[in-house]
Design a protein around this ligand. Structure first.
Ligand code: DAH
Length: 344
């Protein structure tokens, strides 16, 4: 089959009517492919005689060039249409108002813990940790609560293995672990989770404590009251009245509980202070010699002070949170910055 000039017109018409790149490619294969019309026409040249063959050959070459050029142009135009279409589809309306980014804040428990940690780190304390799954020895026995000690009953312990493995009921076992690991002198604080079988307005089965321990050659009661008064004034309000009320803990002797003047009612008596005018905030004392002995420390040579406080309790008082369970309800308002006026 000879290549007739009108073929070129129909090739060009097919090219210009190709509406997509895929269609254009089909047209290209149809005309220029190895089995295509032009290839076939080139093969037909062999059947022509010399002069005819050269004229027809030149014609075919020109036709091929014209088709290739037309395809190239059409492809460019389709490609740019394609880009335009994609741009149109993905168009961003820059005039739309933004969705807004909610500023976040640290959870109040984290804020309280950081304040406590920063304060004591400023007084030379380092942070120590211990396991939440404890053994009876560290949680009780080494803290001067032997197997039959009545104070164990007050702890409402979760046992994993009755009598031996438990969820720690306080952070005090870290005292024993730190002393056995590093020995005196020592100045540590141990923040962490503790567990008790308890649940109401002011108790959750899991809560947080910070333990403090200072061991050196001559630690005095005055050093302890000074250290804790400084902390409470920094954490709450400078000048707040503080009292050390004699108390009992098996692992300290003497022991005290520390009360703050009730700043909710100016000591007139309210629900928070149970009409007493005082709010209990922590426990403390001088380390009991038995704790030293159980921790491999000579009580004749070393002395120490210890204290323990509940982070939830301190945060509830500082941020005026009425129910301990709110800490764990995932209410987004707990993660929203508070207005500066309502305290740091
Ligand atoms: N471990 C005590 C508790 O959970 C708190 C405590 C009291 C810790 C007195 C101490 C301390 O280190 O000296 O109630």
């Amino acid at each position: 089959m000879a290549f007739e000039p009108e073929f070129l017109d129909s090739a060009l018409a097919a090219i210009s009517s190709a509406g997509t790149l895929a269609e254009l490619d089909r047209v290209r294969v149809h005309w220029l492919g190895r089995q295509g019309i032009l290839s076939e026409a080139f093969r037909q040249l062999a059947t022509l005689s010399g002069a005819e063959r050269s004229a027809a050959g030149q014609g075919l070459n020109r036709a091929r060039d014209a088709i290739e050029e037309a395809i190239r142009k059409r492809r460019e135009s389709l490609e740019s249409d394609d880009v335009q279409r994609q741009l149109a589809r993905k168009r961003v309306d820059v005039t739309l108002p933004g969705r807004g980014v909610l500023p976040g804040a640290l959870h109040p428990l984290t804020q309280a813990r950081l304040l406590i940690e920063n304060h004591f780190q400023g007084s030379g304390f380092t942070i120590a940790t211990g396991p939440e799954i404890e053994d009876d020895f560290h949680n009780f026995t080494a803290l001067n609560m032997g197997p039959d000690h009545p104070a164990r009953a007050a702890h409402d312990t979760f046992y994993l293995d009755p009598g031996s493995i438990l969820l720690r009921t306080h952070t005090s076992p870290v005292q024993v672990r730190a002393l056995r690991r590093w020995g005196p002198p020592l100045r540590i604080m141990a923040p962490g989770r503790v567990y008790r079988r308890d649940s109401d307005l002011t108790h959750t089965p899991m809560f947080h404590q910070v333990e403090g321990l200072v061991v050196d050659r001559e630690i005095s009661w005055a050093e302890m009251t000074g250290l804790l008064s400084d902390f409470l004034h920094a954490f709450f309000t400078e000048g707040l009245k503080i009292r050390f009320r004699p108390s009992y803990f098996p692992f300290t002797e003497p022991s005290a509980e520390v009360d703050l003047e009730c700043f909710f009612c100016a000591q007139k008596g309210c629900r928070v202070c149970k009409q007493s005018g005082w709010i209990e905030v922590l426990g403390c004392g001088l380390v009991h010699p038995e704790v030293f002995r159980q921790s491999g420390v000579d009580p004749g040579e070393w002395s120490g002070l210890a204290f323990g406080m509940g982070i939830e309790r301190l945060a509830m008082l500082k941020y005026r949170i009425g129910d301990i369970r709110w800490f764990y309800d995932n209410d987004l308002r707990f993660l929203t910055p508070r207005p500066a006026a309502s305290g740091s």
